[in-house]
Ligand binder design. Structure first.
Ligand code: FES
Length: 93
């Protein structure tokens, strides 16, 4: 079964290929997301609250998360890849 990304709080969802970035999933779903560095892992604008089966945090993402005041639960969407079913939320949805 391909992974399903669910968008909270409304529960809309999208089936994606394993390895898809959360940024690509959000854009494909037609949802708004900040990504001023265009997915190059620089701006942290694409941060999302994430639960579920996503790849572990790599050092480059950890460095970006360290720039957030409260990084608990956040992932950098352009650097975070889907492994299985997961749920994501933006503070502005
Ligand atoms: S789009 Fe800039 S860090 Fe993800």
């Amino acid at each position: 079964m391909p992974p399903v990304v669910t968008f909270l709080p409304d529960g809309g969802s999208l089936v994606v290929r394993e390895g898809t970035t959360l940024l690509a999933a959000v854009l494909r779903a037609g949802r708004p997301i900040g990504y001023s560095c265009r997915g190059r892992g620089v701006c942290v604008a694409c941060r999302l609250l994430v639960e579920g089966d996503v790849a572990p945090i790599e050092p480059a993402e950890a460095a970006l998360l360290a720039r957030l005041d409260d990084p608990e639960g956040f992932r950098i969407a352009c650097l975070c890849r889907v492994r299985g079913d997961c749920r994501v939320r933006a503070t502005y949805w």
